[in-house]
Write a protein that binds this ligand. Structure first.
Ligand code: PLP
Length: 365
């Protein structure tokens, strides 16, 4: 049996360092917004070469608070995709703004800049670009669009820690970059966590207040905020994970290269040539996807679909008024995609076995 994912092998690999970090944080007697969070924020900012990282409670809050720090709220429109984790859209809605869902590029599966341009209205204030599967959005085109229309560009980096766009780390190209440290992400905590990075001092200052009930100093509230803090235990773990991030992404890329080399004739979304993909997910396309998924399951290979129902077709989001057929590339992707096993601890032999079984099934999907 080859599962789709498992987290225990990575814990075992780093157990000495992780357990020492946990004990250090526990023994410190300080559990919220203390030395571990401060150190993690410093290290995460330095890794990206930006001036600020602000730890928050999760990736959804990271996007919401990045938008709110940038002044986005009720009455505004924010453009993003429907082919993403629902959290991207939920975060926009949490600000009071209306999400405007635009279609994806037919081959790369990230926000199509032409579709984004066509979605701009006088109410549009921001774009949330999602770096899906560990690859990057079309940032040059989106930066140009944002500049031309005076829009705030936020990068949703929840699936792309350490990915590079033309040599620059994702999260550093828009005004703000939002990260999730959900346990299954490329850089995962042992619970929920998130962060926002930016080079803008004023935005960072607003974020620090927003995550802590708008406090400017103890019991002095400068603005309306919320409780969205990264805790010391998670920060201590994330400091270990950050130190290993490039190495772990390298292993993910090596597994993806094995798949690339041994899945001949299998269709995939294209990877952007000028980006360093970090393979949060390895996704293939199949006309008979459901059949393939079932056949693989019967042969002991776990797979998942990211994501089977685009946001605009979810029961929860019918009121957006976008029916079937309104985002054709998004809907086509949702019908064809399948994510193969890819995790730290998946051996080369396992990956080759997956390729072999898919090879045997060729012709049936
Ligand atoms: C995981 C994810 C999020 C949300 O992160 P949480 O930490 O679960 O709130 C947002 N956007 C994308 C693209 C994600 O994959």
């Amino acid at each position: 049996m080859i599962p789709f994912n498992q987290l225990k092998p990575l814990h075992d690999l780093l157990a000495d360092e992780i357990n020492a970090a946990l004990l250090r944080a526990a023994d410190s007697g300080w559990y919220i917004l203390g030395p571990e969070v401060e150190a993690f924020e410093r290290e995460f900012a330095a890794y990206h070469g930006v001036s600020h990282a602000v730890g928050v409670a999760n990736g959804t809050d990271a996007i919401e608070l990045a938008l709110r720090a940038g002044g986005v709220g009720a009455g505004d429109e924010v453009i993003t995709v429907a082919h993403t984790a629902l959290a991207t859209v939920a975060a926009i809605e949490a600000t009071g703004a209306v999400p405007i869902l635009a279609d994806i590029d037919a081959d790369i599966f990230t926000l199509c800049p032409d579709a984004a341009r066509a979605a701009i209205t006088p109410r549009t204030v921001a774009i949330v670009a999602v770096h899906l599967y560990g690859g990057t959005a079309d940032l040059d085109a989106l930066v140009e669009l944002a500049q031309a229309h005076d829009l705030l560009l936020i990068e949703d980096c929840a699936q792309a820690h350490g990915a590079l766009y033309k040599g620059r780390p994702v999260g550093t190209i828009g005004r703000l970059g939002a990260f999730s440290f959900y346990p299954t992400k490329n850089m995962g905590a042992y619970g929920d966590g998130g962060a926002v990075i930016t080079d803008d001092d004023a935005l960072a200052d607003r974020l620090r207040k927003l995550r802590n009930y708008g406090q400017s100093s103890r019991y002095r509230h400068h603005s309306r905020g919320t409780n969205s803090r990264l805790d010391e235990l998670q920060a201590a773990i994330l400091r270990v994970k950050l130190a290993h991030l490039d190495g772990l992404n390298g292993r993910r890329r090596a597994i993806a290269a094995l798949y690339d080399a041994n899945l001949t004739g299998v269709r995939k979304p294209s990877a952007r040539a000028d980006c360093q993909h970090v393979y949060h997910l390895y996704v293939i396309r199949a006309a008979q996807r459901d059949q393939l998924m079932k056949d693989l399951q019967e042969r002991g290979i776990g797979t998942l679909i990211h994501y089977p129902v685009p946001v605009h077709l979810q029961e929860s989001h019918r009121d957006l008024g976008l029916g079937e057929g309104s985002l054709p590339q998004t809907e086509r992707a949702a019908r064809e995609i399948l994510s193969l096993p890819l995790y730290i601890g998946l051996s080369d032999d396992d990956a080759l076995r997956v390729c072999e079984v898919i090879g045997q099934l060729r012709g049936s999907f």
